[in-house]
Structure formats: C-alpha cells, structure tokens
Design a protein around this ligand. Structure first.
Ligand SMILES: Cc1cc2nc3c(=O)[nH]c(=O)nc-3n(C[C@H](O)[C@H](O)[C@H](O)COP(=O)(O)OP(=O)(O)OC[C@H]3O[C@@H](n4cnc5c(N)ncnc54)[C@H](O)[C@@H]3O)c2cc1C
Length: 211
C-alpha cells in the first residue's frame, strides 16, 4: 500500500475509511458510489420522564435519557463532497436549528426545553442505503466495509464479517451476498444529482432548515 508516509507491505487491505473510502479505492479501479453527509444530534435540558422513551418520526429518531434529557437526531442530511484526505474542518451547521424545530413539533409540550449540547460527525450513504461488505475480486486482497449512515460500524457482526472475508474469503455466519459492491455496476455517474443528494451552500442550508 502506498501512503504519504511510504510503502506498507501487507497480505490484505481493509478499507473502512467512512466517507473517504470512495476516493481511496478509486485508484485501484474499484467504483464505490458514496454520498458523504453530516449527521448531527442534539440534547436538551432534562424534562420529567415521558411514558414513551424512544420515538421515530417527523424526520427524527431519538429517546429520553434516564436523567430526562431528550437526545435526538436524523432527518435531512447536509450533503458534502469528500476526497481521500478530507475533511480538514468540521464546523457546526444550521442543521441543528432544523433538528430543534422538528423535536418541538414532535413533542409540543417539550418545546420550551433548551438545547444544551450537540454533537456531529460525518457519515456516508450508498445509493440504496445499505452497507457494502465485500471482498473485491480484482484486486483479490482488498475488502471494503462502508455505510456508516445506518450505524453498521458499531455492530459487532460487522467486525466478524470483515474478519471472515479477509481470512476465510466469505462470511461464515450470514448471507451477505446482497452487500457486494457489484450491485452498483449500473449506477449512473450522476446518481447523487438524481437523488438530490448534493452539497448546498451555507445560505441554502439555512433556507432548508427554516423551511
Ligand atoms: C452524530 C452521529 C451519531 C451517531 N449515532 C449513532 C448511534 O446512536 N448508533 C449507531 O449505531 N450509530 C450511530 N452513528 C453511526 C456510527 O457512528 C457509524 O456507523 C460508525 O462510526 C461507522 O464506523 P466506520 O468504522 O465504518 O467509520 P468511521 O467511524 O467513520 O471510521 C472511519 C475511520 O477511517 C479513518 N480514515 C479516513 N480516511 C483515512 C485515511 N486516508 N487513512 C487512514 N484512516 C482514514 C477516519 O479517521 C476514521 O477513524 C452516529 C454517527 C454520527 C455522526
């Protein structure tokens, strides 16, 4: 493997680099269509415990912590562009305002709660919204694991599957044939435009969050 710090010899390479994965496998002749995006979560001050702790709706998912804080995220992403060395900075965005508004709409009696924390990160999404967990045919010593947008990276099964692909050449405990990279062979080059998953300007992001 050629890196900025020199050549590293290895028998097998696993690319699990989140949104950067597309740019890292491209020089190997492997096409991996990904749309990088920012995902953000907000946390409110505590409220009395509600009968329903977790809610999924109004473009949100989240739950109430045992202390009473509402922790919510989800909804429209802020779409970004990535290269192999990106990102260089990770500022907060107007997406937060949109999140807070939708929490207030979903839980009107909690609309007075103040947002006390937020956190954000970068996720990547495939065209069909499912992960890629695949040992590539050519080159034969390359395995790709991507699609952090569904939280797959935190699942212990993902690590076991990657281990199996590298050492056994196949997943030994589940049929993951639907997760191969080949399913995107006919995906058009401009697929992100087709879906509207393209970066917006700061001004557009503010307008979207207000709308
Ligand atoms: C705000 C937020 C909240 C989330 N909440 C949840 C949740 O509640 N539950 C859940 O299951 N999931 C959640 N997720 C998703 C979860 O974080 C991801 O699924 C998981 O982190 C993906 O793991 P990964 O290893 O594939 O990718 P990442 O965690 O993105 O790791 C990729 C790694 O590759 C490194 N890298 C990139 N380029 C290079 C390079 N050129 N060379 C070397 N290293 C490189 C990066 O530095 C990074 O460490 C959340 C994500 C965000 C952003």
């Amino acid at each position: 493997m050629e890196t900025p710090r020199g050549v590293i010899a290895c028998d097998h390479l696993v690319v699990a680099a989140g949104p950067q994965a597309e740019a890292l496998v491209a020089p190997l002749g492997v096409r991996l269509p990904l749309a990088p995006a920012r995902a953000e979560m907000i946390v409110t001050e505590p409220a009395p415990l509600m009968p329903m702790g977790g809610v999924d709706g109004n473009g949100l998912y989240g739950r109430q912590t045992l202390r009473g804080n509402l922790a919510y995220g989800g909804g429209p992403h802020e779409w970004l562009d990535a290269d192999a060395s990106w990102p260089r900075r990770r500022p907060s965005t107007p997406v937060l305002r949109s999140l807070a508004r939708r929490v207030a709409e979903l839980l009107p009696k909690a609309a007075h709660l103040r947002v006390i924390r937020s956190w954000a990160g970068l996720v990547e999404t495939t065209p069909d919204g499912r992960p890629v967990l695949d040992r590539i045919h050519d080159p034969g010593n390359l395995t790709v694991a991507t699609m952090s947008g569904v939280g797959f990276g935190l699942s212990p099964a993902t690590g076991h599957a990657v281990r199996d692909l590298v050492l056994e050449g196949r997943c030994t405990f589940a049929d993951i044939s639907k997760l191969t990279i080949e399913r995107f062979a006919d995906t058009p080059v401009d697929w992100r435009q087709d879906k509207g998953w393209i970066p917006t300007s700061h001004e557009e992001a503010i307008a979207l969050s207000a709308g």
